[in-house]
Design a protein around this ligand. Sequence first.
Ligand SMILES: *[C@@H]1O[C@H](CO)[C@@H](O)[C@H](O)[C@H]1NC(C)=O
Length: 133
Amino acid sequence: MMQSFIHIAAGLLFLLSLQGLVRCDDQEFRLVRYLMSNYDSAVRPSLSVAQPVAVAFRLSLLALLAMDERHGVVSTSCRITQNWNDVHLRWNASDFGGVTTVRIPASQIWRPDVILRNKPPSPSVCRTFCWLN
Ligand SMILES: *[C@@H]1O[C@H](CO)[C@@H](O)[C@H](O)[C@H]1NC(C)=O
């Protein structure tokens, strides 16, 4: 009898904690839907045509992979971090359960045209995710 009570209590606790998780995910889901419903990644995120979008650019050298002095080739592993303010991706956190940060694929939002001029013949550049906050 006592054992089944403990099982039921444990099951209820599990369901309650699961509900907390689902509610949190639901807020994030609603937020991403809200942000992306009318978003066009081709439109520059600026309030007016004359206003530029300031982009902070940082290149971090992670590793020196190889150095070919004879051919003047240096192979490195780098991380590029770019920060800018997208005026089309704003929300009020209190309308979305206090969610202040979401992570979405970079391909879905506007990105600055930054091109690596000395890129290798077979570029090994990978785009990952953008943090919105
Ligand atoms: C955010 O939403 C809350 C509740 O709807 C409201 O009280 C608050 O003024 C809003 N904040 C801004 C900056 O709009």
